[in-house]
Design a protein around this ligand. Structure first.
Ligand SMILES: Nc1ncnc2c1ncn2[C@@H]1O[C@H](COP(=O)(O)OP(=O)(O)O)[C@@H](O)[C@H]1O
Ligand SMILES: N[C@@H](CCC(=O)OP(=O)(O)O)C(=O)O
Length: 392
């Protein structure tokens, strides 16, 4: 009988067991690896940094480096680590309090890593990134250059989102997708996501009938799987949803991804049969901006396209011009991500818009030539440039 996770794509010739073994071997043999650890694995039930867990993790990472692997750690836990010192009993909901907690907690977190890594003669290097650092070309190159230099000098980069300056609009919130984009940025050979659950399950992991999914060879394999939100303790943010999204970003970028618990870190990094392997896709690697637009962000508003514009954007991969827009929904500013919808409401693409929503009604349906003549040459620009656009 077919298991619910049987591979369906006719394009895939490799047997699942062989693909899984190849992926696990790739993790063990990776020249460069990104390891992400979540808040739920780094904090004790009473909300302190779990120094035993940090010690164990550092020991595993140091041993991988001895084997010649370059390691980049993406560590959450700043908000969780700041909660107890600030007398917060639950994870704060508002952004300002989360930022305050992160500001206090990030220092404590780095101090804990620094102290443990010093025992192995390794310098801890704090790297705080925002969404924009990974999206905009100049910042993107800066981040890449810094990380390369840190690896060259033998430091261990410890990446987190720069929570204190991240805004509601441009924010990862969880570090799963940030880790996938860092893996892409640094052309890592593998990504390992460490959480408080040992694998992806086909249902609620606390339910006795739920089974481990050993291999996800294709996004279709996730059909019918109940991918839930964060665990009971409530210190993590995205739950399985953002881990699966992260795995999708990484695998589309050609990076084999393994999901397991922090307790299984040693085995996972050694290629043992633990956790869930998300197999890397073959083919062209999309840009970081395309990956982010497609998987890591939601549109702030929508532009509704007439059928000709849909055909141009989707079929011909053309820029979106004001002439093909029939409606604007929601409020957004120039530079924001927006959804492009057909007249039936389906989202067909997502892109970074070049105008504020308030400007769009005056431009809609107008030719570029008319706009330049009547409104000035600066209005000749596309509504969404094709380089800032991803078809969904
Ligand atoms: N299908 C599933 N398989 C495994 N875990 C799941 C699933 N659906 C929801 N979860 C929950 O996701 C949680 C991990 O997410 P989260 O708490 O955000 O962790 P982290 O802090 O490591 O990012 C697990 O504790 C688990 O309860
Ligand atoms: N940047 C935040 C990450 C938030 C968070 O909880 O992420 P995660 O545990 O990966 O779901 C922090 O350090 O607290």
């Amino acid at each position: 009988m077919e298991s619910p996770h049987t591979v369906h794509s006719t394009e895939r010739l490799e047997q699942p067991a062989s693909r899984e073994a190849r992926g696990r071997a790739a993790v063990a043999a990776a020249r460069r690896i990104v390891v992400k650890v979540g808040s739920s694995s780094l904090t004790t039930p009473d909300g302190r940094i779990d120094s035993g867990r940090i010690r164990d993790l550092v020991e595993v990472l140091a041993s991988r480096r001895t084997l010649g692997q370059e390691v980049i750690l993406v560590s959450s836990g700043a908000v969780a680590a700041g909660m107890t010192p600030l007398g917060m009993r639950a994870r704060p909901r508002d952004l300002a309090s989360q930022q305050a907690a992160a500001s206090v907690g990030q220092g404590l977190l780095l101090a804990a890593y620094t102290a443990e890594l010093a025992g192995y003669g390794i310098n801890a290097a704090q790297v705080l990134l925002t969404v924009e650092d990974l999206m905009r070309r100049v910042q993107h190159r800066n981040a890449q250059r810094t990380l390369h230099r840190l690896l060259d000098i033998g430091a261990l980069p410890i990446v987190n989102e720069n929570d204190t300056v991240a805004t509601h609009e441009l924010r990862f919130g969880d570090n799963d997708r940030l880790a996938a984009l860092v893996a892409h940025l640094m052309k890592a050979d593998a990504l390992v996501l460490l959480s408080d659950v040992d694998a992806l399950y086909d249902g609620n992991p606390s339910h006795p009938d739920s089974r481990v999914v050993g291999l996800v060879a294709d996004p279709d394999d996730l059909e019918g799987i109940d991918i839930g939100s964060a665990g009971r303790r409530g210190v993590g943010t995205g739950g399985m949803v953002t881990k699966v999204a992260s795995a999708r970003i990484a695998t589309e970028a050609g990076v084999d991804t393994l999901l397991t618990s922090a307790a299984n870190a040693r085995g996972a990094l050694a290629g043992e049969a633990v956790g869930t392997l998300f197999a890397a896709a073959s083919g062209r690697r999309p840009s970081a901006r395309q990956l982010w637009l497609a998987h890591a962000t939601a549109g702030r508003g929508s532009l509704v396209l007439d059928p000709g514009a849909v055909a141009a954007v989707v079929g011909d991969k053309a820029s979106l011009l004001p002439a093909g827009v029939v409606d604007v929904i929601g409020e957004f500013s120039a530079g924001d991500p927006v959804d492009l919808r057909d007249e039936q409401g389906a989202v067909v693409a997502r892109g970074l818009v070049n105008y504020d929503s308030a400007e769009v009604p005056d431009l809609m349906g107008r030719s570029t030539r008319w706009l330049a003549r009547e409104m000035g040459p600066s209005y000749e620009r596309e509504l969404v440039h094709r380089d800032d656009l991803v078809v969904l």
